[in-house]
Design a protein around this ligand. Sequence first.
Ligand code: PLP
Length: 485
Amino acid sequence: MQAFNPAMDETNLDPEDWAAFRDGAHRLLDEALDRMAQYREGPVWQDPGPLQRTFTSALPREGRALEPLIDQLITSHKGGIGNTHPRFFGWVHGAGTPLGLLSAMATATVNANCGGRDHLSTRLERQIIDWMRSLFGFPQTTQGLLVSGTSMASIIALKAARDRALGFTPAADGVGAHTLVAYTSHEAHSCVARAFDLLGLGTNALRKIPVTPDFKLDTAALREAIDADRAAGLQPFAVIASAGTVNTGAIDPLDDIADVAAENALWLHVDGAFGACLQFSQQLAPRLRGIERAASLAFDFHKWLHVTYDAGCVLVRDGDAQLRAFSKRPDYLQGTETGPAAGFPWAVDLGPELSRTDRALKVWTHLQYFGTRRLGQQIEQNVAQIHALADCIDHEPALERLAPASLNICCFRYRLLGQTEEAHNAFNLKLIRQLQSGGIALPSDTRIGGNVAIRVNLTNHRTTQKDLDLFLAEVLKQGHAMVRA
Ligand SMILES: *Cc1c(COP(=O)(O)O)cnc(C)c1O
């Protein structure tokens, strides 16, 4: 046999000088740990423009040396939106932990593609799904996946719901001129309507049900809407409840909604993006009563549980429906009984993605290191902090609370004596923008009953009472200054 004789010098992309690469990597790790240990320093957020300019170049034709690149990676540590800072109160972002750095290293080392097959991370993923199944009181029939977030989790769950309602024909036939309708509250997250768009049902098929004064779905109105749709010849198939809305943290009456779903043979999907994490706290879990009756549940590990982005989770009670909605493997992806292609179902049988990042190792590491009790305590801490904040606001004549603050969100505004709602809205929006660019604390804004609110969201294990005091002092200082100006 003739010896194989390469026509060119063979190369690869690994370091030529491992020792120098190792030095650079150690330097980067030390800088990352320093940065994480000093999480309190610097502004919460700063305009990324100047930083970005140091990253701007033409598409490189030739590569560069490692050392200056490591310098740039170190600079990138300052480029975040601020969610690692104790006074980041915007939107619903998790804060992450230094532990995430460690699992990220192991994850990159293995470079697993978690679309399927038989390797450690696909097995860990099944383990985590089983832990969550049992934590939330779901039956053995449950299937699930780790996904990019609650948006994707909801798309997957609602596809299973849609397909089951239509006898599993849409995969081949499309939805055509369907008569499916579903229900959620006015306070539901926009990802639910997005799912209806993507699933070809159209957002009009998603009825927005009014809320009671505490911002929870009104079950009487839900019953009426279902009856009206039935009478009109439509086919109600699902109800989407929120366990923790983005605006106020309201938890819909899950048990009552589960009753309505059972009476009407509706698929109950629960969006528990952050609120479902109350299940980690013995003290707060009772607020989720009824969640164990859901047909599917979407929640995030990357928000209130602080796993490094991204890590969401979907559980589907009728695992068979999830399988039938997604499992159509082509020949080249056929599984085997044993060996590297073993293990049924693969992730690709349960969701739309084939190539998938490994989320299991970091979630597994996080749960092992902290344990559910500790993670639950951090959640309890945020809830107690929000109660204290709401109390301070209620005792401050210049401030006015706009919604109940019963979970981890407090919406309020600066009060202007004798001014219109319009004037309040313009003033408070300006105040929020000033606070956001000021760097001391970062709230976000929303509207409550049409009125602009300063929104404080605590999904942050680093926040202390002192941080909230400092924030309120800053709101008052800037608000008073604006009134004087
Ligand atoms: C964040 C959030 C979502 C979307 O979740 P992603 O993880 O960002 O996809 C959905 N619903 C609620 C209530 C949320 O807070």
